[in-house]
Structure formats: structure tokens, C-alpha cells
Design a protein around this ligand. Structure first.
Ligand code: RUB
Length: 309
């Protein structure tokens, strides 16, 4: 697959969800490295920048690209070999992290409980499926997740495994909250101060959960933590087209629609974050970034990319 097709697949959301985007970007960089023979650094930098521009919010994409782009070597062959090795390392991180999150997170779910999830998070679903697999009797409420209805994907994935699942419209969350024992969602980004950026509507759900004293848990691999926010950078919230919200005949009347794809849930609404290195409080986000993602190292890469200019 050529680079522009790959970028379009992310932009159009054919490939979506923070982990899948990161995985796809790493695979694309790897394939691109195998294709090019001259101007290796320039070509790889172009590919990295194009992929980075495809969707702005999930930091998994940024972390994945920066990890792969830290390749070293003198000759093109050496650089290519190192890049492929790093790509494999990151893919392995993705694959092993989710399995571990499922094992750790499952322990937080009590037998007989009713869970609520939002959108379609492979990490949150892994935890739910694991709880079911070890024999816990659970029920799940899945929000529709307007406007793209990722909740339908979640409902199908859970049903296929034999889990009792009920789809509700997004605005019914408060109506049902008293029936919920635990909310579990995924993450696109976790900031240095422990805030969660996830599918639009997540912060409303967190607010309802807090009011009803229902635990609100996030399942997030450590590559969802943002080193950029250590330096005070704000997370860019993607705003998608109005056509995803309103039919063309309404837009033609001059009626406007706003369509932010994500929102910010402050850390005070989050009870725990389940990562592959254990369950942490959102206050620990800074340490995770420092220990696991190494600010200086990421910064090095940005310097390296700009050196090619
Ligand atoms: C998907 C979304 C998911 C996170 C986490 O949004 O908000 O909750 O990306 O997913 P979109 P995962 O559909 O707009 O990409 O746990 O699979 O990484």
C-alpha cells in the first residue's frame, strides 16, 4: 500500500482507534523503508510527517512514529535494518500491552457486575472479555457513540464472545447510571497532569459516574501517555466535518453543526488507569511519561527530524 493511501485510511477512519492507528502507522513506516533506496532520511521524514498529520489527537500515533524514527546507522542498509527492528519492537509493545492490561484489569471487575463502556476501545474490550473468560457473570451497556456509531462495533464484538450487551443512546447514560457498577473506557491520550482525552461524550459520562459514585476506570497502554504535555503543550482536539452530524438538506439551509471527536476528562473524575505496568492513579501520569517515554529521548528525535530540513 502506498503512503498516501495509508494516510487516507486513517483520516477517513477506515483504520480507527488509538492503538490500531499506531500499529498501522508503524507497519506503514516499515513498508515504506523497504521500498526506498535513496534519500532515506528525507523520505522517511516525509512519511513520518504525513502520517502524523492524518489525525491529530491520539498521542499513540506520535509516540509510535517517534519510536520508529529513532533509527540509527551509517549506510542506507544499516538505517533500514535498524528502523525495521525498532518497528518490530513497537509492534511487540502494542501486542503484549493489551494482553497484560486485560489480565490486570479483569481483577477490578466483580462477579455479577454491570459495566458501561463508550465508543470502541480495544483495551477496554480486552478487559471486559477477560472478565467474561475467567467466568465472571457480567452485563455491558454500550453507548451508541454518535455520530460514527462505534458503539455498534463494540456491541458486536462483545456479543460474538457471548457477553450480554445492551446498546443505549448517548443521552441515556444518566438514566441508566444507577444500574452501573463500573464505567470502563479507553484513551486516545493521557496528559502529564492525568487528564484523559477520549471519544466525545466521555467527560459527560465521567461526570454522571462521579455524581452517582460509580467507579470510572480507564484502560490505557503506556504509549497513550503524552510526553508533549510535559512541556505544557495542549492536546489538539480533532474537529470533524459537519456532514457526519447533519444530512445535506439541513446543511444546505445554512444550519451549522459542530463535531469535536474527543473531549477532556479531568483527573479528579478518574478512579484508576489500568496500564500494562499496573493500576495507577491519574496523579502518576507524570512518572509514567518520565520512566517509560523519556522526554529527552523523544525530544532527541524531534531534533533529528528537524536536522534533515
Ligand atoms: C476511538 C476512541 C477510543 C480510543 C481508545 O475514537 O476514542 O476509545 O481510541 O481505543 P475513533 P483503543 O473511533 O474516533 O478513533 O483502546 O482501541 O486504542
Amino acid at each position: 500500500m502506498d503512503l498516501l493511501t495509508a494516510v487516507e485510511k486513517i483520516r477517513s477512519m477506515e483504520i480507527r482507534g488509538a492503538s490500531k492507528i499506531a500499529k498501522f502507522a508503524v507497519e506503514t513506516l516499515k513498508e515504506h523503508a523497504l521500498r526506498i533506496n535513496r534519500d532515506f532520511d528525507e523520505e522517511m521524514k516525509r512519511a513520518a510527517e504525513l502520517l502524523l498529520s492524518s489525525r491529530p489527537t491520539a498521542v499513540s500515533l506520535y509516540n509510535a512514529i517517534n519510536y520508529v524514527m529513532r533509527y540509527k546507522g551509517e549506510s542506507v542498509e544499516e538505517k533500514r535494518e535498524d528502523l525495521i527492528r525498532r518497528a518490530e519492537e513497537f509492534l511487540n509493545w502494542i501486542n503484549t500491552a493489551q494482553k497484560r492490561i486485560a489480565e490486570i484489569g479483569e481483577k477490578r471487575i466483580r462477579d455479577g457486575s454491570t459495566l458501561l463502556t463508550h465508543c470502541n476501545s480495544s483495551a477496554a474490550i480486552a478487559v471486559i472479555k477477560k472478565a467474561h473468560e475467567v467466568g465472571k457473570r457480567i452485563k455491558v451497556f454500550a453507548t451508541e457513540s454518535r455520530p460514527r456509531l462505534q458503539g455498534h462495533i463494540t456491541a458486536r464484538q462483545l456479543k460474538e464472545t457471548g457477553i450480554d450487551v445492551t446498546v443505549i443512546v448517548d443521552s441515556a447514560v444518566r438514566y441508566f447510571m444507577n444500574e452501573i457498577d463500573c464505567v470502563i473506557v479507553g484513551a486516545d491520550t493521557i496528559t502529564a497532569n492525568g487528564a484523559l482525552i477520549n471519544k466525545i461524550g466521555t467527560s459527560q459520562i465521567a461526570l454522571c459516574a462521579k455524581e452517582a459514585r460509580v467507579p470510572f476506570i480507564v484502560a490505557a497502554e503506556t504509549y497513550k501517555f503524552s510526553p508533549k504535555t510535559l512541556g505544557g503543550e495542549l492536546v489538539v482536539i480533532e474537529e470533524r466535518s459537519a456532514e457526519e452530524v447533519l444530512p445535506p438538506e439541513m446543511l444546505k439551509l445554512g444550519i451549522k453543526a459542530r463535531n469535536p471527536a474527543f473531549d477532556v476528562t479531568p483527573r479528579s473524575y478518574i478512579d484508576a488507569i489500568i496500564t500494562e505496568i499496573g493500576v495507577i492513579s491519574p496523579e502518576m501520569a507524570y512518572l509514567v511519561i518520565k520512566e517509560r517515554l523519556g522526554y529527552e529521548r523523544i525530544d532527541d528525535v524531534e531534533m533529528r527530524i528537524s536536522e534533515v530540513d
